[in-house]
Design a protein around this ligand. Structure first.
Ligand SMILES: N[C@@H](CCC(=O)N[C@@H](CS)C(=O)NCC(=O)O)C(=O)O
Length: 111
């Protein structure tokens, strides 16, 4: 494990299926958190405010430089837009439900 990885909270290290990396004053972060809470999805939140090493690690890992960044069982799924698209309005047959249930395999990158 690199120094940067060691300094960061790695999504695989969490017991919650969803790990969300956020900063303060981030509207998209608030919307993503609101969506997860509305669906009663357990998640771990990792604030990365002012942590340049964490932001660098996060952008390498996710391929994106924005926050929030959401991981499902260790796989990067993107930010709020991607989370919302996977959620499909909260339908029981949504891809988000399938990813969380493990009936659809997670894979890094755009879904
Ligand atoms: N499409 C992205 C937009 C995210 C976004 O623009 N986030 C802002 C903060 S609310 C951001 O990261 N700006 C650049 C930065 O803070 O470095 C999403 O849905 O998550």
């Amino acid at each position: 494990m690199s120094d940067v990885e060691a300094a960061c909270a790695v999504p695989e290290d969490f017991t919650e299926p969803v790990v969300i990396y956020t900063t303060r004053w981030c509207g998209y972060c608030l919307m993503a958190l609101r969506l997860l809470r509305a669906r009663n999805i357990p998640f771990a939140q990792v604030p990365v405010d002012g942590d340049a090493a964490a932001r660098r690690w996060l952008s390498e890992r996710s391929g994106r430089t924005t926050v929030p960044q959401v991981f499902i069982r260790g796989a990067s799924i993107g930010g709020y837009d991607e989370l919302s698209e996977l959620d499909d309005g909260g339908t029981s047959g949504s891809r988000l439900a399938a990813l969380l249930a493990g009936t659809e395999p997670t894979r890094d990158g755009p879904h």
